[in-house]
Design a protein around this ligand. Structure first.
Ligand code: CDT
Length: 328
């Protein structure tokens, strides 16, 4: 059995607010066809791939934002995507805004909204679902901000943890696959929870603005790219896995998105990088045997992790000040 799989990052250029799903879906189908022609078996799309990055737009009434959400997959509008997945025999990561009618933590059945991604098998079946855990931004309209980032308004915190599934991909009889969404990539805890499940391939879509819109200080554009890639490269190295990290790129209604999609190996090296601010496919061959080196040496978790020293990671949320010296 081969342990080499060919993966593709299907970066999307801008999707304007006025553009309907059929436009995005048609572009995505074209990227799937190109991925197939390049011999790819896995294709990763960005976060919230079917629409513009709508959390920059404020709606007083949450229900007014429902047009950005999916209540079912596939739907009449997304069916062409599923047909293409079956036709080309691809394993696909799709990010979208999800409305689910399900019980909450108190057991009350209600309408819930999540920032979600799924892995779709070549049969068209959804084999794994993830709901974004690290939601950035704010819940109320923020007048001081240059642009709103209302993820905390439109989405609940994901309630599925960071799951991993093993499934056949191409000639490989099983690949351990997990997901993250955008801001999750900046949190080492997310990578480690996947690493603890022997993840081999992390699929990750993002929608990162090129400029810091918080108005709390200057952050150079090149550092935004650096921080994105630093996080992904470190996550791959420290958990001995590959990542396909895929951006929305270019200018959506005047708002520039970061681009710079990358494919990273378990040494933390960038194997391929997008260079446009438009729809773009980058492809890399990933030899899954490369995951073994880190896993059996410096990051052999079973031998070297010291959980007795890590309790703050799960017992404490915010940071606390250390004791001062000299003591008074
Ligand atoms: N979509 C998303 O999660 N975006 C955030 C913006 C944070 S601003 C630093 C991200 O982490 O890219």
């Amino acid at each position: 059995m081969s342990s080499i799989i060919t993966v593709a990052a299907a970066q999307l250029g801008p999707i304007q607010k006025s553009e309907g799903r059929e436009i995005a879906v048609a572009r995505m189908v074209r990227l799937l066809e190109r991925a197939y022609r390049h011999g790819a078996q896995v294709v990763v799309f960005p976060e919230l791939a079917l629409t513009t990055f709508f959390p920059r737009w404020y709606h007083e009434d949450l229900d007014e934002a429902d047009r950005w959400f999916e209540t079912a997959l596939p739907s009449p509008e997304t069916a062409p995507l599923f047909e293409a997945i079956r036709r080309f025999g691809l394993t696909v990561y799709l990010g979208y805004a999800e409305i689910a009618y399900e019980p909450d933590e108190a057991g009350v059945m209600r309408k819930r909204r999540f920032n979600t991604s799924v892995i779709i098998a070549p049969s068209g079946e959804v084999i794994l679902k993830y709901r974004k855990v690290h939601l950035p931004g704010h819940a109320e309209y923020a007048p001081a901000r240059k642009v709103q980032h209302l993820e905390k308004r439109y989405f609940e915190v994901g309630n599925l943890g960071f799951p991993v599934v093993r499934a056949p991909v191409g000639e490989a009889e099983g690949v351990n696959m997990g997901m993250m969404i955008c801001n999750d990539r900046r949190w080492p805890e997310a990578w480690r929870v996947l690493g603890l499940q022997q993840v081999e391939l992390v699929m990750l879509g993002y929608n990162t603005p090129s400029m810091n819109m918080e108005n709390r200080g200057f952050e150079a554009h090149h550092l935004r790219v650096f921080h994105s890639q630093l996080s992904i490269q470190a996550g791959c190295y420290q958990n001995a896995c590959f990542a396909v990290a895929v951006a929305k790129a270019g200018t959506e209604d005047g708002h520039e998105m970061l681009g710079h999609s990358i494919i990273v190996n378990p040494q933390g090296e960038i194997m391929a990088q997008a260079t446009s601010w438009d729809d773009e496919l980058i492809v890399a061959d990933c030899n899954l045997d490369m995951c073994q080196l880190g896993r059996s040496t410096v990051f052999n978790f079973g031998l070297h992790r010291r959980v007795e020293a890590y309790s703050r990671i799960t017992d404490q949320v915010g940071s606390v000040a250390p004791p001062t010296w000299p003591a008074r």
